[in-house]
Design a binder for this molecule. Structure first.
Ligand code: C5P
Length: 219
């Protein structure tokens, strides 16, 4: 305990949502405050890691002692993450939009009376966690998150495999939990070894514990 167990280690953290432009004034996004991801970046830095935080649009201040790269779209987020390799640790917390608008509209789409709403063609975004989890320069510890509203454990186990992660931190984001956008979190750690339920904690406490967990995995 104590000291800087992550001194000399490099970490990449993603946080916040991505915004996928529909046109210059509209976008598609997931709900995400960035609170949990930003707290994890700060907690890893506190343990001595050299942290690159790749953040989508959030209203939070940049955590101190962390290099922050601000991005908007999933494709930009992936590019920034790959640019931060090599690293020992990757913690992908961002709520990346699964789809972007296939055709870029460089001008604002106008309402056309009598024509109804415009059709939107979507294209699949890159999966950043999956890319990192299967990369030739895969960090030693790869952490994914899973925000679910049902079958949290089963979905977490499937994600662990598919994404090539060492652990999936799963939480139930059903509206009645108040987790989404809130300051507290109740998570399950899903690894190949099994499931560990953590108590109800603040997002800062989850971040501190997760940083300790990562440090222990690297020894
Ligand atoms: O598949 P799902 O989005 O539920 O997986 C969640 C995990 O995958 C999170 O760690 C999230 O940051 C990551 N993810 C990603 N790129 C995507 C989609 C999800 O990095 N395009």
């Amino acid at each position: 305990g104590g000291g800087k167990p992550l001194a000399g280690r490099r970490a990449i953290v993603t946080s916040g949502p991505t915004h996928e432009p529909i046109d210059p004034v509209r976008y598609i996004a997931n709900r995400s405050s960035g609170r949990q991801g930003h707290a994890i970046a700060a907690a890893l830095a506190k343990l001595g890691a050299e942290v690159t935080l790749v953040s989508g649009p959030v209203t939070l201040p940049d955590p101190r002692g962390v290099k922050v790269i601000h991005v908007e779209r999933a494709e930009e987020m992936l590019e920034a993450v790959l640019g931060a390799l090599p690293a020992d640790i990757a913690v992908m917390v961002a709520a990346v939009a699964d789809w972007r608008v296939a055709t870029e509209n460089t001008e604002k789409i106008k309402k056309k009376p009598g024509e109804g709403p415009p059709p939107l063609m979507l294209a699949e975004n890159p999966d950043i966690l999956k890319t990192i989890g299967h990369h030739a320069q895969r960090p030693k510890v790869v952490v994914g998150f899973a925000a679910e509203t049902q079958d949290v454990e089963d979905n977490g186990r499937v994600k662990l495999q598919k994404k090539g992660a060492d652990v999936i931190v799963a939480n139930d984001v059903s509206p009645e939990t108040g987790i989404m956008g809130g300051t507290r979190n109740s998570v399950k750690l899903i690894t190949a070894a099994g499931v560990e339920q953590w108590p109800d904690l603040s997002k800062d406490e989850v971040a501190g514990r997760l940083a300790d967990w990562v440090a222990a995995r690297l020894i």
